[in-house]
Every structure is written in structure tokens, then in C-alpha cells.
Design a protein. Sequence first.
Length: 529
Amino acid sequence: MKKLILPLLAISLAACTWDDDRPIGWERDRTVLGPIPLKTQVAYVDSALDRVTLLDLAADVPVLSTRDIGRRAITATPSADKHYLFVITRGEEAIVEGQIDEDPQFWSVDTQSADAAPVAYAIGSPFDRIAISPDNSIAIAYFSAAGPDSTGFFRNPNELAIIDLTKPPGADNPTLKTIRSFGSVPEGIVLSPPMSVPGSADAAARTFAFVLSQNNLTVLDATHATRREISIRLDLAAAAVMPKEIVFAPHTASAYVRSDNARDVLQVLLIGADASAEGNGNDYRPQLAELGAGGGPTDIAVYDDARGRRTILAATPNTGEIVVIDADTAQFRAIRVSDPIDRILLFSAPGEPPHKALFASISSKMSRVHVLDLQDIDNPLTQARLRRIDLDQSVRDVVPVPGRDFAMLVHDDNRTVIGLLDMETESTSPLLGVGRLDSYDFSPDGSFLIGATPNVARVGFVALDNLHPTDFRLDDMPARVISTANAKIFVDHGDPLGHATIIPSPTSERADAIVLAGFLTSNLLDAEP
């Protein structure tokens, strides 16, 4: 292995005598967020040094760079395309001479452009959760349901900061808004892809935010953030209803909501309306419909078939059925299944609509799964082909392999026994591990399963073409493994100073690997007081 150790590590920091001019970052409580996988980069966010550290693995030798952000990072979230990193910093109150007041800020970091400085948006409150639209145009910062922390006095749990990422920061960007509450607080926020509302005066596509809270679903036009939100009460029955999952049909401006203790899948169709008549500034209103068979869905999946028709699959254990719903007509057909299904996975060839669905009972730990062919499933004259696959052990988790017709089945709570289900042949192959599979990833093309456990100084590989296992010996225990977009393997060793092993490919030798040490302290002695 080639070892790269930064010069700073040769200095005994504990033996130095400091004066009062040392940087305040050396005295702050330090939390490192990461590693956070991006494309060919891995990011760390340092709450004491006020910066993002990026390790770019695109070249043969890793390239280290940093981006300066605000003080005391709280949370960090990558964009869906792994191009941006979004960070919330708490800021700092000036207490001693030399310190500078800084308010909470939302940071947008362009990780692909070294010349692009991070952009800061003043959000006013130390929010600790971030929702990002699929096209990276809108971000919403909000509070988790954990309650107030030790810093600060009051907290408004229903406050949102809506940020237009396509515009620079300003007096009207972000927009701070407190949504109406019916005794509950947001449990999550999901942002839609751009959708045009049929019948509205504004034909432009826009982003809608769906705020999930107990007994309540709030819809907000995030593109026009100053317009009033629309609240939808869900607690029509005695039991509390908690929305859990939302999937979108952008071409019809629809959202499909699965909730705990709900009778069916709720369709929220956005239709045009007269803004003056609505009285809230909106030119749309939600039209609601229940889709299903009154069974209380435990999982849903949505896909478009070869004709572009949207189909919803819903598991309803209360009725012992899998329900296939035509999203355009709300017509459905029910397929009997004895198991209490609560996990649905879809499988498709690249660029093709899904051709098979896998159903599993995770909560009940059943020792079988079911497979359904999706071709012509919406045709009532076609017999549904639901096939049962019996397994040697119960299923604790099911994970799809990206880009492949494979599913990884986890068979025990310690994740030491896994199986690989070939969806083409519908056969399974067991794999035994030497320890708990605490960290795993797949190569970008799905050709390798990569795994590690903290008490074994090795990385394991399984070639999914022939299920041949190999392993790679490490010098130190792994904390996490990440497969980058260029198929390199990044092994983080959990050292707060920065310690990682970079393996060029799953077939590399030890001599090809690079060990980095101390990269999170790079240029620390150059910091200004």
C-alpha cells in the first residue's frame, strides 16, 4: 500500500504551548459529518474548522480541497445527482473579544466546480433537516421532531425556510413561513418534481412541497413561496393517521400518499382554480380520491408502463391482497396473497419499464418472498402470475442491486447471513459473513457487492456474475465503505483526523491501494486567529 501522511501529523499538538491568539476552531466542540458520498468525491463537514473537505478520487492520486462555510455545522445533505452538497450551520454568538456574531445559514456547495464559492442563505433559525427538490431548484430547511436543544430559547417547530436555489440570496430569498398546525409538527417534507397544474392560469412547471405530520398533509406551492399553504385533514377515523410515503405522477400533477392507519392510498390531484375565489393567492386546489380496496396499505410502488400509463401497486395485509391500481381511471384489480406484505421492489432493464415486482414480509420475518410479472398486469383478462419463492431462513431486509435483476436478502438480525436472489431465474444463493455487515455498497454497474464489518480488518467482495467471493486485507479496522461513480472503493476508518484507504477496483492488489492519514487537518496551522 502507498501511504500518504500529511506533515501536520508529525507535530505533537499536545506538547505545544498555545497563546490566546490561536484560532477559535481549536477550542470548539468538534463534530465531523461524513463521509458523504458524491460522484467521484467523498465529503466531510467539520463543525469546528468551518469547512467542507473534499477528496476527489477521479485521478490515480486523490486530490484534496476544502470549501469554507459558516460556523458550527448542524447537518449536511447531498443533492440527488450528487453534484451539490447542502449544509446548515448554526452560527455563533460573539462572547469574547475577536469573535464575530454569525446567524444560522444554509450553504449550497458546488462540489464539481473548484472555482465556485459556496453560497450562503440567511435562514434565521438553526434548522436541522433539509428537503431538496429533484431538480435542485428548491430547498426547504425545517426542524426535526426531536424538540429544542440546549442552544437557544424558543423554537417554532412549524417554521420553514424556503430557498430558491436558482436565485441569489436576498431580502426575499429565503422566504420564512410558519405553516398552520393542528397540534402536530412536521415529520418530513417531500418536494415534487416540476409539475404543471392543468387548468391553471400559469402553465409553467413548478415545485410543490408536501409536509407530512400526524393527521395532516400540507401542500405548499414552493415556487411561489409567499402564497398560503393548503391543509388536508386526514384523521377522519378514530385512529391517528400518519402519512409515510409519497410518490408523484408529474404529467398529471398528482401525488399518491400512503399513511399508517389509512384505509387506502390517497390520491392528491392538483387542478386549476380561480386565485381570487380561493382567497389564499393560489391558482390551484387539491382534489382528493381514495384508491384501493379498503385494506390499509403498508407499502406502495408506482411506475409507468410501456404505453405511459401510470400504475400503482399497493400491499394491503388487512385484506390479504396486492392491489394493482390504474392511476388514471382509479380502476383496480386485487391479487390474493396470504403473507402480510410490507415491502415492494420493482425490477427493470435499463431504459425499460419494470417487468417484475418482488414482495416481502419484513416485519413478520417470513421465510419466503413473492414475484409478480408486470406485463399486461392492467388487463383484467390476463391471469396474474404471482409466484412464491421459499427460503431456508426468514427475511429481515430486501435491498435491490442497482442496474441488475438481483435482490440482496438479509436473513438474520446481525446481517451475517445474506442471500442473492436472481430475478431472472428466481433462484437464491446464500452467503455467510465473518461478522455483522454494518456497511455495504454496490459497484455502480451492480457487478460487485462490497461489505465490511468494524471488527474485521478486511473488505469483502462478491462478483454478482458468478457469486465468487474475495476479500481485501486492510491495515486498520473499517468504519464505512463507499463505492464511487468511477468504481473506486473508499474505506473510512473512523478517525477524527481523517484516515482512509482507497482501493482502485474490486480486483486490485494491496500494492495498488492508497492510505491517507490526517487529511481532515490539512492546513490547520495556516488558519487565522
